[in-house]
Design a protein around this ligand. Structure first.
Ligand SMILES: [Zn+2]
Length: 454
C-alpha cells in the first residue's frame, strides 16, 4: 500500500513537471490569480518531491522535456535549417547527452541571426514577452521570453526561498533588478537604483522593511553593499530574513559582510535573462543544477561534453522558452559539475562556477590582453593595498584603473601599478589611476570588473 502511494505520488510529480504551467492565458482573467496560486502550490510540491529523484528518472524526464522543446524549435527557421543540415531529429533523441550532435549556440550567433528566424511560429503570440539581456558585457541583446518561462521562474523562486527557510507569506523587496519581470508579481516593493540614492525614498524603504516580519531582499551584491554603506550614512537600522543575491559573483567576504550588517542569511543565485534559473543554493551552501528547468552541460572549446569534475564552458538548454528556443546556449560562464553527492540530501548535481570570461583589451597594434590575466595578477600582487578595483578602456589608446585603496596604499604602490600596466600593454595604452572612495554600480545594479567605452 505504501509502495503504491509512493508510486502514485512519483507519477503525479513527473506529470506536473512535464506539463506545467496551465495558467498562462487562463480565462476568465479575474480567476487567474487564484488559479496561479493553486498552480504555485502544486508545482512546488512536485519539485520538492522531485528533489529525491534518481539520475535515471531525471534523464528520462529531461529527454521528454527536450523533445517537447525541439517540437517548438522545428517551427523556427534557424533551427529547422540546422536540424535538416545535421539530419538531427527529436525522435532519435534517446537521452539528453544526444544533444551533443547539435553545435553550441553563442551570443555572437544570437546577435547575427534574424530574430524572426529564431522564433517558433507555432506558439500563440500572447506568450511572447519582450526582454533584453542585462548588458553586463556592455552588449545588451534583445530577445523574447516565453510566458511559460516567466511562470517557471516565479515558481522556482518560491521553492528556492522556502528551501532557504523563509516562511510562506514573507514580504519580498527588491533593490534594482528593474528588468527582472518575473519578480513583479512577488514583490511588496521595489526600490530602483536611482531611488536608492535619494534619502527620502530610502527612509520610506527602511520604514516599510522594518514594519514587516521576515522580509526578504532580492538584489545584486553591488547594490546590497551600496545599501550597507548608505544605512551607515543614514544612521539607520534594517534587517532581513534572507538576502538573495544575483547578477554578480558573491565572494565569501561580501557574503559575511552583508550577513553581519543585515543580520540575514545571504544566498546566491545563478541565472541569465536568456536561460534562468541555472544554479540555486542549498542549505549546505552549494549551488545545485536545476534539472526541471534546463539541461546543463560543461564542454570544451569544441563543444564536446566533459566528464563530471572537469572545468569548461557552461552550456544550457532551457526547457521553458518555446517562443525563442535557447538550445546548447553558451552563457559565457565557466565551471564544473561536481561528481559527488551534496550532503543536503538533494540528488541533483552541484555545479561550481569558476568565473565569467570578462573580456579582452584590444591594443592599438591589434594585439589582445585578457582581462582575467590582469585581474588575477592584481589580486596576487596588490591585494594588501587595493580593496576593490575596476578597469576601463576609455578610448582606443587610453585606460583607467579605478580603485578603492586600503590603508597600506602609498605613492610607491601607485608607481608599481603604472609600471605593471606599462609592461602589460607594452606601452601602447596611456594609463591613469583613479583613487576613489566607492565604485558605483551601473544601471543594471552591477559593478563590472571591466568596462569598454570605445
Ligand atoms: Zn545541496
Amino acid at each position: 500500500m505504501v509502495i503504491l502511494a509512493h508510486m502514485g505520488r512519483a507519477f503525479f510529480a513527473k506529470w506536473i513537471i512535464l506539463r506545467m504551467p496551465f495558467t498562462v492565458g487562463f480565462q476568465p482573467t479575474i480567476l487567474r490569480p487564484l488559479a496561479e496560486k493553486l498552480e504555485n502550490e502544486i508545482w512546488c510540491w512536485a519539485l520538492d518531491y522531485a528533489d529525491s529523484f534518481s539520475p535515471i528518472t531525471w534523464s528520462s524526464l529531461q529527454t521528454k522535456l527536450l523533445r517537447r522543446l525541439l517540437t517548438s524549435a522545428e517551427s523556427a527557421p534557424y533551427w529547422t535549417h540546422l536540424f535538416r543540415v545535421l539530419e538531427f531529429s527529436r525522435e532519435n533523441l534517446e537521452n539528453p547527452t544526444n544533444m551533443v550532435r547539435l553545435p553550441v549556440f553563442t551570443k555572437f550567433q544570437l546577435k547575427n541571426t534574424l530574430e524572426s528566424d529564431r522564433c517558433a511560429h507555432n506558439i500563440a503570440r500572447d506568450r511572447f514577452v519582450r526582454a533584453a539581456t542585462s548588458g553586463s558585457t556592455a552588449e545588451p541583446v534583445a530577445l523574447f521570453q516565453d510566458g511559460y518561462d516567466l511562470r517557471a521562474r516565479h515558481v522556482g523562486i518560491l521553492k528556492e526561498i522556502r528551501d532557504a527557510g523563509a516562511p510562506k507569506g514573507s514580504s519580498m523587496f527588491a533593490i534594482g533588478l528593474d528588468t527582472h519581470r518575473y519578480l513583479n508579481s512577488l514583490l511588496a516593493y521595489r526600490l530602483s537604483n536611482t531611488e536608492l540614492e535619494v534619502p527620502q525614498y530610502r527612509k520610506q524603504f527602511y520604514q516599510m522593511v522594518n514594519k514587516t516580519t521576515q522580509p526578504i531582499l532580492f538584489t545584486t551584491p553591488s547594490l546590497a553593499l551600496r545599501l550597507a554603506a548608505l544605512i551607515g550614512h543614514d544612521n539607520a537600522k534594517i534587517a532581513f530574513r534572507l538576502i538573495r543575491c544575483t547578477g554578480e559573483e558573491l565572494s565569501l567576504s561580501v557574503r559575511r559582510n552583508l550577513s553581519d550588517i543585515f543580520r540575514s542569511r545571504v544566498v546566491n543565485f545563478y541565472g541569465t535573462r536568456e536561460c534562468s534559473p541555472i544554479g540555486v543554493e542549498c542549505t549546505a551552501e552549494r549551488i545545485h543544477c536545476v534539472p526541471w528547468t534546463n539541461y546543463l552541460e560543461v564542454v570544451d572549446a569544441e563543444g564536446n561534453q566533459l566528464p563530471a569534475g572537469s572545468e569548461g564552458r557552461i552550456i544550457v538548454t532551457s526547457f521553458h522558452n518555446h517562443v525563442m528556443p535557447f538550445i546548447r546556449y553558451d552563457i559565457g560562464d565557466r565551471g564544473r559539475i561536481n561528481p559527488e553527492l551534496c550532503p543536503c540530501g538533494r540528488t541533483s548535481p552541484t555545479v561550481e562556477f569558476t568565473g565569467r570570461a570578462p573580456g579582452i583589451i584590444e591594443l592599438p597594434s591589434g594585439n589582445h590582453v585578457a582581462v582575467l590575466g590582469i585581474s588575477t595578477n592584481i589580486a596576487m600582487r596588490f591585494h594588501g593595498e587595493i580593496m576593490r578595483f575596476q578597469m576601463e578602456q576609455s578610448g582606443i589608446d587610453s585606460f583607467i584603473f579605478r580603485f578603492i585603496p586600503t590603508v597600506s596604499y602609498s605613492r610607491v604602490t601607485g608607481e608599481s601599478l603604472l609600471d605593471f600596466f606599462k609592461k602589460t600593454f607594452h606601452g601602447e595604452l596611456k594609463c591613469s589611476l583613479e583613487n576613489v572612495s566607492d565604485i558605483f554600480p551601473n544601471d543594471s545594479g552591477k559593478t563590472p570588473i571591466f568596462i569598454k567605452r570605445n
